[in-house]
Design a protein around this ligand. Sequence first.
Ligand SMILES: Nc1nc(=O)c2c([nH]1)NC[C@@H]1CN(c3ccc(C(=O)N[C@@H](CCC(=O)O)C(=O)O)cc3)CN21
Ligand SMILES: CC(C)C(=O)C(=O)O
Ligand SMILES: [Mg+2]
Length: 277
Amino acid sequence: MNTHRSFLKMKEESNKIAMVTAYDYPSAKLSEKAGVDMILVGDSLGMVVLGYDSTIPVTLEDMIHHGKAVRRGAPNTFTVIDMPFMTFNISIESTLLNAKRLFQETGAEALKIEGGIEVTEQVKALTNAGIPVVAHIGLTPQSVNVMGGYRVQGKTSEDAKRLIREAKALEEAGSIALVLECVPEKLASLITSEINIPTIGIGAGKYCDGQVLVYHDLLQYGVDRLAKFVKAYGNMNDHTHDALSTYVAEVKEGKFPQKENTYTVDEEALKGLYGGS
Ligand SMILES: Nc1nc(=O)c2c([nH]1)NC[C@@H]1CN(c3ccc(C(=O)N[C@@H](CCC(=O)O)C(=O)O)cc3)CN21
Ligand SMILES: CC(C)C(=O)C(=O)O
Ligand SMILES: [Mg+2]
């Protein structure tokens, strides 16, 4: 099992970190088998597996439920779990109580929280309590209604300076890694070189220390529109559609099940049922 120290070493040695989200037993099992370095149980599960139109409705219970399933599928992969909307913003005390449940009940290696300077106290409190924290800046989807949409961040010099300040403050507060979401490549590269903890990019270009993608995006599974930063490595939409529609047709045509899908019994044993001798 990796620890956050392994990821620091990977940054130092310029070995890239491959992270993917997973939300359940099969996605976790397949991710572990493929050799991903780090799994994220993202609150994006609200959108890709629960069908909400943002991550805002996702609850602590949802994250615990899915986190436990992921753990069963990937017991040997470093797993980070998102703290969902408003579970780390009200007070340090409630943040610690929520984190206690999420961390203890799932057995994750770290928790992730969105935000900059305004969450540095939470990062310190969680770290002091023994919970490693991954920070997340740039496009922070839980604030979509404040940002006014899912937009690339850090495009003005003021905004870029703020992101650099935030990255440094989050490192200083004790974060073990930093997710950079939807920021220009040059800014992500600058941030990556200015901090010692690994940066994990999503829509942040190739100079980050690692990359993360949403499982359902990279497999094109149940998602229709892909953001520019996504590369589709598979097409489960088409594959699944073909399989399911063929199944429906074969049932209707009486082509399924065939002999090889069917159980048999000795005629002898059925005799009594026919009312015979
Ligand atoms: N399926 C999925 N993949 C994700 O990566 C993801 C989610 N859901 N849900 C939570 C957040 C939301 N994310 C998003 C959602 C949309 C864009 C998007 O449409 N971006 C525009 C860029 C717009 C601009 O240029 O400012 C794009 O066209 O790529 C980006 C990130 C990333 N996260
Ligand atoms: C996009 C990643 C970084 C995330 O936070 C999520 O999947 O919820
Ligand atoms: Mg998230």
